[in-house]
Structure formats: C-alpha cells, structure tokens
Design a protein around this ligand. Structure first.
Ligand SMILES: [Ca+2]
Ligand SMILES: [Ca+2]
Length: 296
C-alpha cells in the first residue's frame, strides 16, 4: 500500500514537472513577434485580427475607403451620454472590465484565455472619448494570454437606448489613435520584406454614421537588402533600395505583381490620412480592481 502511494506521488510530481515546462497547444504568441516599443514609436505601424484572417486566406469585410473625416462630430441623432445615462454607461463599462479581469472574457463573453505568469497587471484600459463624438468610449488592451486570438485591443461604445456596450474597433494591441478619427494598427507579424523600414500596418477611419471604425488601406515595404532577387529597381527612383506597397484592406501584398511606390509616394499617402493630425494621449491605466472601481 505504502509502495503504491509512493508511486502515485512520484507520478503526480512528474506530471506537475512536465506541465510546468510545457507550453499550451495554442501558444504561438512570442515577444519576438511583437513590434518593439521603439519600432512602434519610430515608424508607427500595427495589425488587427481581420488582417490575420486576410493573410490566412479568410474573408475579411470589404475595404471601405471613406472621404475626409469630419471631427469632432456626433453620429446623427445621438446625444452625449450624461446624467443617469452616464452612470448607467459607467456601470456597463465596469461590468465589461470585470469580465476581462475576473473571467478573462471580452464584452461578448468570448473566452480570451489567461496566462498567469504574465500577470493581470499588463492589461490596460481607459475611459476616453477617442472618436471625438462627445461621449466616452471604453478602451481595453488585453495581452495576458497565450492564445493569439485572445490578444486584443478594443474600442467599445455605449448605446444609451438599449443600455448595451458595442464594438467600434478591435485589433491587436499596438494601436495609435489620432485626433482626426484615424487609427493606425500594426499587423500581428512583420514577416514580409519590410525589415526595419516599417512594421506593416493598416489605417482605420472613424465613420460617424456607423459610430465605428472601418479598415481602409494598408502599407508594407520591400527592403532590397533583405531580398534582392526580383526587386523592382525601376520603382526605386531615389535608389535607396526601398519601395512601398499601398493596398486596400483585405487585399494581399504580392511583391511580384503589385506596383510599388517610392518614399515620396508613400509620404503623400500617409499624409492623406494623418496630415495635421496629432496622436491622442489616451490615459490608459492598469486593469486592476482599484482602477475598475474608480470609474464608477
Ligand atoms: Ca466618443
Ligand atoms: Ca526608395
């Protein structure tokens, strides 16, 4: 009997040891895959889940380029949330935050997973009027999971009429918000030919009618020093060995058949989204009990 207990005990120890050293099946989020702070601050790029879908051969929503974004502007027929409605809004936001914090689920109840070793403190949120429509959104950045689909940043709005929280934007973290309704969202990976030139990204634009952001166009680059064969020298007018690919959201970059532009064309394109815009100082705080309670 004693011998059997010893064997059982040994088996338990071995099981614990092996599970300590084993990564979960769905773990493929690695720090090396993420843009560094310097990359994010320098070239300012990003990604979102629908892009992963596009890159994986899925069916992302159609690109919907919008004309110039008026700002700030309320969606037609909407009033700023004030008074009792604001209290209800903050209660709804608080409930959503508790979902992330306590249950590791997003506003729809989807389980995002939780990687304990990274600690809940890495997650952040803000209550802030990021789309400049006159009412505060709830922004949540959730990264403490090994499930790649669980690593997300959300902009959630509140519908006072139905008393519900709904999504205005979601993508992978490393998102830059501008004061003209534009979002710059870095892709999940930079595994093409852009190297250190830029981290591929997508521009989203706020649509006041929908009170939501829409993905519009994406930027990628080809650094000749990484891949020389087939490099489109004819497009590289300034001869610096770099050309840029500007494509519609949902499309794929085909380095062999797409027509690239040079730096000046890229700058003009970027200016068409960001000309005169400033980065918004979104006041993110740690996702913890005390900060969640402080919003109510
Ligand atoms: Ca707003
Ligand atoms: Ca060039």
């Amino acid at each position: 009997m004693r011998k059997r207990k010893m064997i059982l005990g040994l088996a338990l120890v071995l099981t614990l040891l092996s599970s300590c050293g084993r990564e979960p099946q769905d773990a493929y989020w690695k720090d090396s895959d993420r843009p560094s702070a310097a990359q994010a601050a320098g070239t300012r790029q990003a990604e979102n889940s629908s892009e992963q879908l596009a890159n994986a051969g899925g069916q992302p929503e159609e690109a919907a380029p919008l004309s110039a974004v008026p700002s700030p502007v309320l969606p037609q027929g909407e009033e700023p949330v004030t008074g009792a409605d604001r209290a209800a809004m903050l209660k709804a936001y608080s409930d959503v935050l508790h979902g992330f914090y306590d249950g590791h689920v997003d506003h729809t109840g989807q389980d995002l997973g939780y990687y304990e070793e990274s600690g809940m403190g890495l997650n952040r949120f803000a209550v802030y009027d990021v789309d400049l429509d006159g009412q505060d959104e709830l922004l949540v950045s959730y990264t403490t999971t090994l499930a790649s689909a669980g690593v997300r940043e959300y902009v959630l709005g509140y519908d006072a009429e139905s008393g519900t929280v709904r999504e205005e934007f979601s993508g992978n973290p490393t998102v830059i918000y501008y004061d003209n309704g534009v979002i710059e969202a870095l892709w999940y990976y930079n595994r093409g030919r852009a190297g250190d030139v830029l981290w591929p990204y997508t521009f989203w634009r706020y649509d006041p009618q929908a009170d939501a952001y829409r993905a519009t166009e994406m930027a990628d680059a080809w650094d000749k020093s990484l891949v020389e064969e087939g490099f489109p020298d004819s497009a590289d007018k300034d001869g610096d060995g770099v050309v840029y690919y500007l494509i519609e959201y949902g499309d794929y970059v085909d380095y062999n058949s797409d027509t690239p532009v040079d730096k000046s064309g890229y700058d003009t394109w970027r200016e068409s989204f960001l000309g005169g815009a400033n980065e918004l100082p979104v006041p993110f705080v740690d996702l913890d009990e005390s900060n969640i309670n402080s919003i109510r």
